[in-house]
Design a protein around this ligand. Sequence first.
Ligand code: C2E
Ligand code: MG
Ligand code: MG
Ligand code: MG
Length: 284
Amino acid sequence: QAKAKQGCTWYLYNERVNRSAGSLADLEDELRRALRRDDLELHYQPRLCIETGRIVGMEALVRWPHAERGLLAPDEFIPMAEESGLIVPLGYWVIARALRDLQSLRESGVGELHMAVNLSFRQFQDSQLLATLERLIAERGVDPHWLEFELTETAVMRRSDQVRGTMNALAALGVRFSLDDFGTGFSSFVHLSRLPISLLKIDKSFVDQMAARPQNGRLVRAMIGLAHDLGLEVVAEGVEGAAQLGQLRRFGADQVQGYLISKPLPLAELRPLLDRGHRLEMRG
Ligand code: C2E
Ligand code: MG
Ligand code: MG
Ligand code: MG
């Protein structure tokens, strides 16, 4: 298995695509066309505040309903979009749609909700990123305070002045940043404290292993403690069981996201959950 530098997903992906229908170039063309025709979708996964049991936000996750291959998950086309640069227009499409849906939720009176959108490092290489984001936010008339961008450690660790500059400018508008998949990369808390990051998302792999051995649990508890000392809120990702939720609550995590609460859903299916003012009873 070829495992070139930062190319691992790419090769795996490439092979899979070659085995199935057309070539990768075809898929790229198809994605370009899908974008033009507005043929992508966003699903939203709620985030629950542990203390109140209420939904306080959601994460937008892109899906591609493909004519022959069915609903494609991001892992099946985001790596290609990043390689080809299509992630730039795709990213703007995602943000525009997420802002539109957030606005529509707020207009229908569904409380105060944060909207989190994933940003790839590659999107920062677009010199128009800041200006375009400012325009999209202004066009929608959404209070930037409700918008949050999720960045992975690899993106943040590049520590380029451009990334920091753009992040600071957006943070000044009120936009929040979270560090996604925390623990799977190589970031250090030192770098974290130099960037305008407000939340830490503990990766699912830690949540999964938490109950297996006491030291795994202690590791998660320590991560939460450190994050809090730095003034960061903690979101645990990939929470599937009630026992995990109980443990996270005892460790002091602030929010949970995962199948236990809900899978990512189309907006129409998420609405009833929000309307009910969904409140999860917690034990343990
Ligand atoms: P992520 O940002 O870490 O998103 C969380 C992923 O974990 C989502 O997969 C979600 O469906 C899944 N997940 C959440 N809770 C659970 C759970 O309890 N159990 C299990 N087994 N899985 C859970 P998804 O939607 O396939 O997204 C995968 C990745 O694709 C995301 O990881 C994100 O890095 C990327 N991605 C998704 N949408 C976008 C986008 O619009 N732009 C960019 N740049 N990347 C995106
Ligand atoms: Mg994310
Ligand atoms: Mg994540
Ligand atoms: Mg991830």
